[in-house]
Design a protein around this ligand. Structure first.
Ligand code: 4AD
Ligand code: MG
Length: 480
């Protein structure tokens, strides 16, 4: 007999043909009704047992958390809330779950805090919340590939171990096999990385951009979607030390094309989620409504989760220059009343998330694309504007999230790039190949990076980035 997924069974019509399904027991009521879940959907299927026909021994083993295989027929449900249920003819307990031990875990059927769930990250996928979040994550990942593949982009794999610091920020995890207690030294008593595995200093990548640029110069439109690593000591609800980044790079695109691409891409992904993940979004929306009940009225959001998602799709992102944004912030109430932690006094400062969120949530009340940032606060590879003060950078800012995308038009002029690397202390010898691109058929080109987890946060409404990746890596934590 063919095993069926619960997702498919729940959409089927009652039939006298036998069916078989396996899953984990979520509840067992009155020695008669099993709520069974197999992960294919947020919904459980109800399996009805005539307990008179089953061994006492078997019934005792049907407990919350146990894995069972059920055979029976799909019949019209007599209960509320579902069309069909399984009238069980045979049940096999595949893996027991001792109720005394289950009681001590998050599998026990009561509300557990997200913090508690994080401590048992190997079990939390069996909760409704994490099932919904991770099914969405998988769907969003598929949508990313679908969008680019439909639009003529080639997927490339950029290296995970590199010798370069793409962002020039020095926040890298070293990759080395040298003995930390007794490393080989050179004449100057410094660690001699020539004797290391790669015969040079290497680190985990902070971004695939530079390598993606090389491929855009041959394939035209490329994207990479891979893990990136940052050894920044940011303990916030938006930062991970290991996160997944989507980075398209397009030859002949200028900054406006780049903004158009980012906006179109994000809207496509969100529409995909609305079209394909209705049940999970509905569940998460209700979860948020419950959570908000404990908050004062003023802190509750004005829109439900699906309203927020529709809002992003239906409205143009506001495009605002950094200079205009600074004016808005300077004259804003929180700045005048000294409510910002970092007051906006002069042009040129880096924006903090409190400023980004003010612009998005209070001033414009929609996603915002900030562009033309001061050259001094942005990476070396961004194209210098004619004012020689600003660069063709763009950040996409989202409500509740802040920066979700960072990108730019790239500096395609050899001399300008070279002198910028010199003044910003970027090693030209290391990045000779990056400079080479500007010697052989250079052209205008642009790209951006979207933090996948921040996108998953937005679509699921989860407040903490640790709850949208299976096993979060953050300062002081790499368990599992
Ligand atoms: O703004 P970032 O640092 O840009 C780059 O890395 C460029 N090389 C991208 C490019 O142009 N190809 O990072 C891009 C995005 C951010 O907007 C944010 O969404 C996410 O990556 N991000 C993080 N997400 C989670 N944890 C962190 N520590 C993150 N740092 C950046
Ligand atoms: Mg950035």
């Amino acid at each position: 007999m063919q095993q069926k997924e619960i997702l498919k069974l729940l959409k089927s019509q009652p039939s006298s043909k036998p069916v078989s399904v396996s899953g984990w027991v979520r509840a067992f009521r009155s020695n008669r009704f099993i709520a069974l879940n197999d992960g294919s959907t947020i919904k459980n299927i109800q399996c009805v047992i005539d307990f008179e026909n089953f061994e006492e021994e078997t019934l005792k083993k049907i407990t919350v958390g146990a894995a069972v295989k059920v055979e029976g027929t799909l019949v019209k449900s007599r209960g509320e809330g579902q069309n069909v249920e399984i009238q069980v003819s045979n049940i096999e307990v595949l893996g027991e779950a001792n109720p005394e031990e289950v009681k001590l875990t998050i599998l026990s059927p009561k509300r557990h805090s997200l913090e508690k769930l994080r401590e048992q990250a190997h079990l939390r996928i069996r909760t409704n919340t994490f099932g919904a979040v991770m099914r969405l994550r998988s769907n969003l990942s598929f949508a990313v590939h679908e969008y680019f593949q439909k639009n003529g982009f080639y997927h490339m794999h950029t290296p995970i171990v590199t010798g370069s610091d793409a962002e020039g920020a020095g926040e890298m995890f070293r990759v080395s096999i040298l003995d930390p207690k007794n490393p080989p030294l050179d004449e100057d008593e410094n660690v001699n990385y020539k004797e290391d595995f790669f015969a040079k200093e290497t680190n985990l990548t902070v971004s695939g951009q530079l390598e993606a640029e090389t491929y855009a110069m041959g394939l035209g439109k490329v994207y990479t979607f891979g893990p990136t690593f940052r050894a920044e000591n940011s303990n916030t609800s938006r930062h991970l030390a290991e996160f997944w980044m989507i980075e398209p790079e397009v030859a002949f695109n200028d900054l406006t094309d780049n903004m158009d691409l980012a906006e179109d891409f994000i809207k496509y992904i969100i529409q995909y989620a609305l079209d394909n993940c209705q049940d999970d979004i509905e569940f998460l929306e209700n979860r948020l409504l419950q959570e908000e009940k404990s908050k004062p009225q003023s802190e509750r959001s004005e829109m439900t989760l699906s309203e927020k998602l529709h809002f992003v799709i239906d409205n143009d992102f506001e495009r605002v220059s950094y200079t205009a944004a600074i004016d808005i912030l300077k004259n804003s109430k929180p700045n005048k009343k000294k409510k910002f932690k970092y007051l906006i006094e002069e042009w040129g400062i880096d924006l903090q998330s409190e400023h980004e969120r003010y612009l998005v949530e209070k001033h414009f009340k929609c996603p915002v694309i900030l562009f033309d940032y001061p050259a001094k606060i942005k990476a070396f590879y961004m194209r210098l504007n004619d004012d020689e003060k600003t660069v063709r950078a763009m950040d996409v800012l989202f409500p509740g999230i802040g920066e979700i995308v960072g990108g730019s038009q790239r500096e395609e002029r050899y001399e300008v790039l070279k002198s910028k690397m010199e003044t910003m202390g970027i090693p030209k010898e290391e990045l000779y190949w990056y400079l080479d691109l500007r010697k052989f058929g250079t052209c205008v080109h642009s790209g951006f990076g979207l933090g996948f987890e921040r996108l998953v946060q937005f679509v699921t409404g989860m407040g903490n980035i640790r709850d949208v990746i299976p096993y979060p890596r953050t300062p002081g934590n790499a368990e599992f």
